[in-house]
Design a protein around this ligand. Sequence first.
Ligand SMILES: NC(=O)c1ccc[n+]([C@@H]2O[C@H](COP(=O)([O-])OP(=O)(O)OC[C@H]3O[C@@H](n4cnc5c(N)ncnc54)[C@H](O)[C@@H]3O)[C@@H](O)[C@H]2O)c1
Ligand SMILES: C[C@@H](O)[C@H](N)C(=O)O
Length: 343
Amino acid sequence: MRTAVLVEPTEFELEDRPRPSPGPDDVLVAVRDVGICGSDVHYYEHGRIGDYVVEDPLVLGHESAGEVVEVGENVTDHEPGDRVALEPGVPCRRCAHCKRGDYHLCESVRFMATPPHDGAFTEYVSWPADFAYTLPESVSTAEGALCEPLSVGIHACRRGSVGTGDTVLITGAGPIGLMVLEAARAAGATDVILTDVVDEKLAFAEKRGADLAVNVAETDLDAAVAEYTDGVGADVVVEASGAEPSIKSTIDVVRRGGTVVLVGLASEAEVPIDVLELIDNEVDVHGSFRYKNTYDAAVDLLADGEADVEGIIDFQSELEDIDAAFRRAMEPTVVKGMISLDS
Ligand SMILES: NC(=O)c1ccc[n+]([C@@H]2O[C@H](COP(=O)([O-])OP(=O)(O)OC[C@H]3O[C@@H](n4cnc5c(N)ncnc54)[C@H](O)[C@@H]3O)[C@@H](O)[C@H]2O)c1
Ligand SMILES: C[C@@H](O)[C@H](N)C(=O)O
């Protein structure tokens, strides 16, 4: 099977690898669509993300969906022909975190495209059947693949307890910020403010339904939020840029008693925050790491037309063109590139 392998930074090789056989509890999936995530691009450019270092050739891609072509002997809830979205992180199922239900916090998680685990830029993936979610007719495999970033958005909104009538401020209008926008709307947020430093990203966010889009490189965010919220502040602020000034700004624009959810990964682990302001304003700050139990919700939102993910796709390329696709994905105005296979 054709497989795109990152052999060193900025270099893919197309290899012919043996097709895997599904284990007893697995499904073998013919991959159809795989999104290019910022983390894929980071591994492509730098060969590492923090402590995760690409030491051996690695298959990238963790936003994937495809068609079941074979099932293991114990699998009763999937059959060949099912179209499925693959949840990319498979936990150990035995540790304390798994047993208390926080399977996304499992320290032995096998997460696609995170060294040393291979991802989905390949023709076939064998994957645990219970981490494969059937897509209804109305949901395409491209949408199925984007259940992954949508899941990040759903989890962030759950962490922030976004509810009906809330004003949600999202910093960063990349794919994650835009998926938080979808999830926040679905959770009942009536006012959503997006920030960015790139005008094209903000114009796109407005087209996708942001009520206010603020370029923080040009406009004073505190003043803009104060004006929009009659001086109260946002109920929930979801940080989805990873930019240090943006992380710092979250506590200035959240309302007293509001919630800040940190999703964006800062390049420096330590970001100075005014803790007295946090205490005085009784602000809840939550980290948000990947997601748990979000795929069913993501598929339902797409099937019901309550979330749109297809609209963020800028281009779809073939596996053979993965190098050019990654270079294109790095352009500052591109939101989402996909690799699509038709094997
Ligand atoms: N916590 C998690 O589980 C999780 C999961 C996925 C992604 N992430 C992180 O979330 C962040 C967003 O992911 P993405 O794929 O959308 O990234 P991205 O780089 O495509 O988007 C980030 C956006 O933030 C904008 N930005 C830069 N500086 C800004 C500032 N000061 N204020 C506002 N916006 C600013 C950029 O112009 C860009 O549009 C990244 O840091 C990524 O690593 C975290
Ligand atoms: C969650 C996922 O999208 C992210 N890129 C990660 O590897 O954690």
